[in-house]
Design a protein around this ligand. Structure first.
Ligand code: FEO
Length: 393
């Protein structure tokens, strides 16, 4: 059933309450998600984006109940990723000649995924389409936010920005709008979304926010393609993005370790005590990596000014969970964050050096050689770990 967004604009998407993993298994979605599709019923009938492929039949059946599909004048595909374009196949079987407006790069992504000869029409930044009643859709390419094909559409007079992935959250809710949902969950999911999806593109985003600002658009509603729609002070999330895209950090040190027989865990806790001894204000968070969610840890790294990684040595290496995490961190391209390593060993003791190399490779500023402990930490080593924490602080 369609839900009213504003005037003649309706939400016709899919709320996915059960989703626990997104992008394959790469992103945890503790609160589900939604795929937001929008129907505009002005003199022209316009559909903006669709939903993920598993819901294609349901989407088309529901849409048919709301509008005669043959009356859809055109579709806007703001982004070719399958969570938004996945129902196009089913829809276009019914209305094969309907034009699809998209960016030049979306022609490549749509053709590359669906192999169809749809009537794809290219838009670039500043292009407009009249939809009647004096209203226009104005388009802004959002290249690399987060795909080359990404685009946003702005509806004049109603002042709605259809921002696609930007400003979204993986948050399933029966309520559409930001003033109706739990604010802590909303912001936690918006921040996690930024940290895990948009961090690599922060520099691009910074320029794009300036460009959109210079267009002097009145924005009453920001309608992203996932999660909650921002209608109550919608620029609050833009302000957040402005701070998040500028090498964001809080007064937070995150300690992440894996451990075999708890020696490295003991070091982690003693280092934390040393930090606290020196600095009463800094926030310290400690994670046992294999017992934690990697995307939630990445969100904490995003917020941290410094990250400490710990692993014992095994087979001349660090434990493999640290390799997966540092590989993921490298992809997120964090900037201006400090780091250090620690770990126990029994004979060869390579893990701290390897952690340092992985942290360097991931773009972190490694501040010292790290802390190594032969066998279990005794009182002397515990004192060293405490002092290591004080030095870190
Ligand atoms: Fe929500 Fe990039 O797709």
């Amino acid at each position: 059933m369609k839900k009213l967004v504003k005037n003649n604009v309706y939400w016709v998407g899919k709320t996915d309450w059960e989703l626990k993993k997104f992008h394959g298994d790469e992103y945890s979605t503790h609160h589900g998600s939604s795929y937001n599709s929008y129907l505009i019923l002005e003199e022209k009938t316009v559909l903006i984006d669709t939903v993920w492929a598993p819901f294609d039949n349901e989407f088309v059946e529901n849409l048919e109940k709301e509008v005669d599909l043959a009356k859809i004048d055109f579709i806007v595909s703001n982004h070719g990723e399958v969570d938004h374009s996945g129902a196009l196949n089913k829809l276009m079987e019914k209305i094969p000649n309907t034009p699809i407006y998209c960016s030049a790069n979306a022609v490549k992504s749509l053709k590359g995924q669906y192999f169809k000869n749809w009537d794809l029409r290219i838009l670039k930044t500043g292009d407009t389409l009249d939809i009647g009643n004096g209203k226009q859709l104005v388009f802004v390419e959002m290249r690399m936010l987060h795909w080359p094909d990404s685009m946003a559409a702005y509806l004049t007079k109603d002042n709605i920005l259809f921002s696609n992935d930007a400003f979204g959250q993986h948050y399933a809710s029966d309520h559409l709008f930001n003033d109706l949902v739990d604010q802590c969950t909303l912001y936690a999911e918006a921040e996690k979304y930024y940290a895990n999806i948009l961090t690599p593109f922060s520099a691009v985003l910074k320029k794009k926010l300036e460009e959109i600002h210079s267009m002097n658009l009145d924005i009453d509603i920001i309608a992203p393609s996932h999660g909650i729609i921002w209608r109550d002070n919608p620029l609050q999330i833009v302000d957040k993005y402005i701070s998040w895209c500028d090498d964001y950090k809080e007064n937070l040190i995150t300690i992440i370790y894996d451990t075999m027989w708890n020696g490295t865990k003991t070091l982690a806790e003693k280092i934390a005590q040393g930090i606290r001894e020196k600095d009463a204000d800094v926030q310290i968070k400690i994670f046992n990596l294999p017992k934690s969610d990697m995307n939630d840890i990445a969100t904490q790294i995003f917020k941290s000014k410094m990250v400490l990684l710990g692993s014992p040595t095994i087979n001349n290496c660090a434990l493999h969970s640290l390799a997966a995490l540092t590989h993921y961190m490298k992809g997120l391209k964090f900037k201006n964050k400090k780091a250090a390593a620690f770990g126990c060993y029994g004979w060869s003791g390579e893990s701290v050096r390897i952690l340092n190399e992985m942290l360097n490779d991931a773009g972190f500023d490694v501040v010292n050689d790290g802390l190594k402990c032969l066998w279990n930490p005794d009182s002397e080593v515990l004192e060293k770990a405490f002092d290591f924490g004080k030095d870190i602080a």
